[in-house]
Design a protein around this ligand. Structure first.
Ligand SMILES: [Zn+2]
Length: 266
């Protein structure tokens, strides 16, 4: 085996917002509970080992975040040196799905190879993506940038389960978006499963409550089943995509309070 023993997996929190439970869980009235504020964090993820650095998503672009009134304080190119990564050394970027808060800042990595699912790319470049329910969550310029990368042979499209590198698997689950991917990375302490938006909040999978933004509800439930099953395996740990609990369930990183070491339980 190469590299697992020294592989680092980090979550970098770059923004946040206060939302509500009713806005976050699909048909929240079904649960008969009062509404309440809910903190949502925005992250991108870094997988680093001796063979190179892979980014998982690239956050939202500052202009898009400002327009949508999100709080943010950094971007990948600004944050990576703080965890010892030269942005120019990022060889691969996994685009877990094409929502605006995951596809910003791709221009910061003009030479990286991008990887996403065929279903996701096909959907967002189809006429259906312009319907309001979907268009609200994407930035047309960023979809165009993915198309440009495809034309430049810098975008690989995958289906099903895809081995990105030794010990790094991409698994297409759909649900939240038509081709949502999750990433499983082997480390010395076990497997870290980056759910991205297949699970925004742990509560979705732990209480079986679908998130409000969803393309396919049965697929979202099936993704919860798959992720719960993976998380039940010894040494495997699930990382929700937008949950502040990530920062208490895993260990802090010396780089600062917004960086979490996902290869170490909290
Ligand atoms: Zn999303």
């Amino acid at each position: 085996m190469t590299g697992h023993g020294t592989r680092e997996v980090l979550a970098v929190r770059y923004g946040n917002r206060t939302t509500t439970r009713a806005e976050s869980f699909l048909n929240y009235h079904l649960y008969g509970e009062p509404d309440a504020d809910l903190e949502i964090d925005y992250y991108f993820w870094v997988i680093r080992d001796p063979s190179g650095t892979t980014l998982v998503d690239t956050g939202f672009a500052p202009a898009a975040g400002n327009r949508r009134r999100r709080t943010w304080w950094t971007t990948p190119a600004d944050a990576l040196p703080g965890v010892g990564v030269d942005p120019a050394e990022v060889a691969t970027i996994v685009v877990t799905h094409a929502h605006w808060d995951h596809t910003g800042n791709l221009h910061q990595f003009p030479h990286a190879q991008l990887v996403m699912s065929q279903a996701e790319y096909g959907f967002w470049t189809s006429p259906m993506a312009s319907r309001a329910h979907f268009a609200a969550h994407a930035e047309p310029d960023e979809i165009a940038r993915l198309q440009q990368a495809r034309e430049q042979d810098r975008l690989t499209l995958v289906t099903g389960q895809h081995r990105l590198a030794d010990g790094i698997e991409l698994i297409e689950v759909g649900g939240h978006t038509p081709g949502q991917l999750v990433v499983a990375a082997a480390t010395a302490t076990g497997t870290v499963v980056l759910a991205s938006d297949a699970v925004h909040f742990y509560e979705e999978v732990e209480r079986d409550r679908p998130f409000a933004i969803v393309a396919d509800v049965p697929a979202m439930y099936r993704a919860y089943d798959l992720l719960a099953s993976l998380a039940s395996e010894p040494g495997t740990r699930l990382v929700a995509g937008h949950d502040p609990l990530v920062r208490t369930r895993f260990a802090p990183h010396p780089a600062g309070p917004d960086v979490t070491n996902l290869a170490a339980p909290g």
